[in-house]
Design a protein around this ligand. Structure first.
Ligand code: SF4
Ligand code: SF4
Ligand code: SF4
Length: 304
């Protein structure tokens, strides 16, 4: 093959993946949160015709790959997409492109998932782009417990939560309680003239919040459930949920601590789930709750 193995590896690190059986590459465009503007899509259509084979392939991790790009056109392709505010990448043992469900517009969404994914992209995909990790680190942002984006199968997964509370003085213990009837989990029940929630069943989907005609159900702000150590693929591991829910202002710190934990305690070639299992959940939670890892950030990152 005319292109050296070293060059193939080099451009892979920039998001250009060799097309099997050819000497052409797929350029992987990072979408930040799965959203592109109409202008960006038009630019990609043009780029697919100008540099590639005229097609675009959407990946399961919300990136867009343009196949059929010859090696010698890679630099021009990068400049072309950069002019439309896009970049290639998303490979290697580092923080990978963030995926988000469509919670921003979905009727079940409990918060703006795409805005949060964009924030995480900026802070941890871009911010940690030069940080080598023991293995890839995937982050998923889910809007509700329907888990469409499978947060618990990512190294770190986020799920929006609304925890229902009853205002006892307003609840009338109705014979046909709309909260009880409308709960998809059968977690709400009227007992002794009052609606109660079985917290071991309730998944905090928040669907009951507007169901009571007497407005007896409310919830505080959206909280976030965080799963750590999930993965799909050769060795499956369902992520372990941290033992409490988090507020928005705590969320980014926990993500950063998880990345620093992986960087400092992970063995080369292992996924975060294996690191978590070796440390144990008690120690993992202790480290993710304390300020220790952030205090050691410079020291941890200098071990690159
Ligand atoms: S996880 Fe919930 S908010 Fe996100 S797309 Fe699915 S149903 Fe909608
Ligand atoms: S939650 Fe509302 S609908 Fe259900 S029993 Fe109480 S008052 Fe009636
Ligand atoms: S939050 Fe969802 S699961 Fe929990 S009681 Fe309300 S409707 Fe049921």
């Amino acid at each position: 093959m005319a292109i050296s193995a070293q060059d193939i590896k080099r451009v892979k690190g920039q998001g250009f993946l060799l097309n099997r059986g050819t000497e052409d590459f797929s350029g992987r465009i990072i979408t930040e949160n799965g959203v592109l503007t109409a202008e960006q899509m038009a630019a990609l259509s043009e780029a697919a015709k100008t540099f590639g084979n005229g097609t675009m392939a959407f990946t399961t991790r919300l990136t867009v790959e343009l196949p059929g790009i010859p090696y010698e056109k890679i630099e021009d392709f990068k400049s072309y997409v950069a002019a439309a505010g896009m970049e290639t990448g998303g490979t290697g043992a580092k923080v990978r492109p963030v995926v988000s469900c469509k919670g921003t517009t979905c009727v079940f969404g409990l918060y703006d998932t795409q805005a949060l994914a964009a924030e995480i992209h900026e802070q941890f995909y871009k911010g940690y782009q030069n940080v080598a990790l023991p293995h890839k680190f995937k982050i998923a942002v889910g809007g509700c417990p329907n888990n469409c984006v499978k947060p618990d199968l990512n190294d770190l997964g986020i799920v929006g939560q609304r925890v229902p509370q009853v205002e006892e003085e307003k609840c009338r213990g109705c014979g046909k309680c709309q909260v009880e009837l409308g709960c998809p989990m059968k977690a709400a029940q009227v007992e002794n003239g009052l609606v109660t929630f079985d917290r071991s069943i309730c998944n905090n989907c928040g669907r009951c919040l507007n169901n009571c005609p007497f407005h007896s159900i409310h919830s505080e702000e959206t909280l976030y459930k965080i799963y750590v150590g999930g993965r799909w693929g050769k060795k499956i591991r369902i992520g372990t949920p941290l033992s409490r829910l988090f507020k928005k202002e705590e969320l980014l710190d926990v993500i950063e601590k998880a990345i620093l934990l992986f960087k400092s305690c992970g063995n080369a070639g292992e996924r975060f789930g294996t690191t978590v299992e070796r440390l144990g959940m008690e120690e993992t939670e202790r480290l993710l709750s304390s300020h220790e890892l952030l205090d050691r950030k410079d020291e941890i990152l200098s071990g690159n």
